[in-house]
Ligand binder design. Structure first.
Ligand code: MOS
Length: 732
């Protein structure tokens, strides 16, 4: 099915199942421990041996020698694989880091060997006996020092409308600030893990991956085998956040080790390896400049950003939201990328916006204060209903003002004292801050197969994944609505490359795209049902497990009495994304409390108001938003990969030293969804929300900190050491 004109009324609009806050259908399996995650696929294939990865002890240089003799001779060891016996390994199309070093080492903790043994303990013990000698080379580890060598990425040319320089110079009121965002880790609960098994030249992997079809593509290229020979199975994933986009070292090395050891091999990255071996959100150095008239109209706005990566790696798109969020006749953005020899930077929840809005939305707060205009009012004054770079391209939906209006009313924004450091509650300074949120809502081709059996049970099969997001549930809701059956009459099977290719989980496109693919397949199934029953597909009604046609009412399963009905289809998207700017919007409100003596910062309450098209399931969507808000608190106040700039690695590479918020750090969160449908997105008129929830949060926290104590920190995270010396006096 092609979707290239805005949605017309269709069976989803009945909203009997779609749009309902139903519990996750995969919840019981997860809470009873019967959902099998990658490392728990004990019964999938017999004879599984254990692989243990040895990470490089240098960041840059080469391996002079590897002596594996002692490891090889250790108890229970079946094989030791290094670049010398791994066979030829290429790279995939997505990540640039090689899964296995040798002789060159490209980054710290890049795998140099994998030890395979009968037990995990034997593999781990033997890994310490692998004797690697390195020749360390010089590397670049300091982003700020790379500025002169940074270039504009080919895919991200500078943007310019009007004359920013002249307009900024002439602006009566202006703000200008440098903001720094550190490297951050996904730190998902489930480690990267894979069980790999060969049968002849056919390879099966049970692995944790967000995009199954990227995995088969990238692993085929890496191993130099046809992708048809690879099956990936990934039914449950314990968090990804962009860190499990495609196959990584666990998958590649499990596959190679299984080939060498002639045994199925299971590998989980040990926690302390994950931070340097896999990917992270790359640090950015950002500069934002905004010029305005004295009555608060933006006349000039610019955003420049620099990030670093391994050669060929991706850049962080931290300037991009500034092209769309506010009006302003004169504007420009610049994105720069430098070569760094740190582990690979890649997508992490709302890549681009999550970092960029932490600068832009603080700059807006600074501008509001300078103008003496309320921050909500300033943003409202500079709203735009068209793409500010292309006036002929309207937003498909843009309820930013309504998000801010509703949020301000419900949060009690009017009680905020705009003057900082005025409100105390005992020993605590109290501050309130807000920020706008914008995040793209892309959609991409997605396929599904649907089956109908004689009992009236509908089964959906697609290689879509559920990374904890609720895919199982919203897909079941879509099929139930389309086929007119109860939710418990739908079975959903996900995460298997034998199923039709889907959009996968990434870029906030998963929910909108995959449900549209299921819609397309269900339209076809309805036609097949009508044909079998000899009724008119256009006029019959599917409901209550029956098909009704005027006076006739036929049980749905009747259509499959002569044999199961099976159809495949995919949704493909036209150019509506070119004609319309398609984005999700939100407004975040945060109250913080800062201890007057110690500078300890506590978030007291948070609220997000979101406009993101039709909300397919308010319960799973809320969970996505509060997860994003929690991650935003981490970004604002805690998260920072500390770089050893001499040796080139992330020092705090475990969950004890890489701090993320825990329950006690996030006491009260509220989420409001505005009523919205966006007919330009898909037949379901729904957009993703998984990344909207984090966009803007960090800025709202930072703005609340400023309101509490009058200290502006532009260097994230906002930790107490950065405010303690500048806190207001509490004497007298
Ligand atoms: Mo996402 S950070 O594109 O999984």
């Amino acid at each position: 099915m092609r979707f290239d004109t805005p949605a017309l009324p269709n069976p989803i609009d009945r909203l009997q199942v779609v749009g309902q806050p139903v519990d996750r259908i995969d919840g019981p399996a997860k809470t009873t421990g019967t959902a099998r995650y990658a490392y728990e696929q004990h019964d999938a294939v017999p004879g599984q041996a254990y692989g243990y990865i040895v990470g490089a002890a240098i960041a840059k240089g080469r391996i002079e020698s590897i002596d594996v003799a002692r490891a090889q001779a250790a108890s229970g060891v079946l094989a030791v694989v290094t670049s010398r016996n791994a066979g030829k390994l290429d790279k995939g199309a997505f990540y640039v880091a090689k899964a296995l070093a040798g002789p060159e080492v490209d980054h710290y903790h890049q795998a140099v060997a994998i030890v395979v043994a009968e037990s995990f303990e034997q593999a781990r013990a033997a890994s310490h006996l692998v004797d690697v000698r390195y020749v360390a080379g010089a590397g670049a580890f300091d982003l700020a020092a790379t500025r002169a060598s940074a270039v504009a990425p080919a895919r991200e040319p500078d943007t310019a409308v009007g004359d920013f320089t002249a307009a900024f110079a002439a602006a009566p009121v202006k703000v200008e600030g440098d903001y720094t965002m550190p490297d951050q880790a996904h730190a998902m609960m489930e480690p990267h893990a894979t069980v790999a098994a060969w049968q002849g030249d056919k390879l099966t992997l049970w692995t944790a991956i967000q995009l199954v079809n990227w995995g088969t593509r990238d692993l085929a290229k890496t191993l130099g085998i046809p992708k048809q020979n690879i099956r990936i199975v990934s039914p449950y994933i314990g968090g990804g956040f962009g860190g499990k986009g495609s196959v990584m070292a666990d998958a590649v090395l499990a596959a190679v080790a299984a080939r060498v050891a002639k045994r199925p091999v299971k590998v989980a990255l040990q926690r302390a390896l994950m931070f340097n071996n896999t990917t992270h959100r790359p640090a950015t150095l950002q500069r934002v400049r905004i010029g305005a008239t004295t009555d608060g109209k933006i006349t000039a706005i610019s955003h420049e950003t620099l990030s670093g990566n391994l050669p060929g790696g991706m850049y962080e798109k931290a300037a991009n939201q500034t092209r769309l969020l506010y009006a302003g006749a004169n504007r420009m953005t610049k994105t720069r990328l430098a070569v760094l020899d740190l582990p690979e930077g890649n997508a992490m929840r709302a890549p681009g916006e999550a970092s960029g809005m932490m600068a832009l939305e603080v700059a807006m707060d600074e501008l509001a204060e300078k103008l003496g205009i309320d921050p909500v009012v300033l943003r409202t004054l500079n709203d735009t209903q068209v793409d500010p770079e292309r006036a002929g391209r309207p937003f498909s939906q843009r309820q930013l003002i309504e998000c801010m209006r509703v949020g301000a009313a419900r949060f009690g924004w009017s009680a905020r004292n705009p003057k900082p450091a005025q409100v105390r509650d005992g020993a605590w300074w109290v501050g309130i801050g807000m920020a706008a949120a914008l995040r793209g809502s892309p959609v991409t081709k997605s396929g599904a197969r649907v089956r109908l059996d004689s009992q009236g049970v509908v089964t959906v099969e697609t290689d879509m994944t559920d990374i904890g997001t609720g895919s199982y549930t919203i897909i079941a809701q879509t099929a139930a609505e389309m086929m007119g059956v109860a939710l418990d009459q739908v079975k959903v099977r996900l995460g298997d490359s034998r199923f039709p290719e889907s959009a996968g989980s990434g870029g906030q496109w998963g929910a909108a795209s995959s449900t549209a693919g299921v819609y397309a397949a269900c339209v076809k199934l309805r036609e097949a049902v009508a044909q079998r029953l000899g009724v008119d597909a256009a006029s019959v009604v599917f409901g209550d497990g029956h098909v009704s046609d005027g006076g006739r009412r036929i049980r749905l399963g009747q259509a499959a009495l002569a044999g199961e009905l099976v159809v495949d289809d995919a949704i493909e998207f036209g150019d509506l994304d070119k004609r319309f700017a398609q984005q999700t919007f939100g407004a975040h409100f945060v109250e913080v409390r800062i201890h007057a003596a110690t500078g300890e910062i506590r978030v007291a309450r948070m609220m997000a108001v979101c406009a993101a098209g039709r909300i397919l399931n308010p319960k799973t969507a809320r969970s996505q938003i509060i997860g994003g808000m929690t991650m935003g608190v981490g970004a604002a106040l805690m998260e920072e990969l500390q770089i050893d700039k001499r040796r080139g690695f992330f020092v705090n590479h475990d969950l004890a030293s890489y701090e993320v918020p825990v329950h006690a750090d996030v006491p009260h969160q509220e989420v409001v969804f505005l009523d919205e449908v966006d007919p330009t997105i898909s037949p379901l008129q729904a957009k993703g929300v998984g990344e909207l929830g984090i966009s803007g949060v960090g800025a709202a926290v930072s703005n609340a900190v400023y309101n509490a104590v009058g200290v502006r920190v532009r260097d994230y995270p906002v930790t107490l050491d950065k405010i303690i010396g500048r806190m207001p006096s509490i004497a007298a």
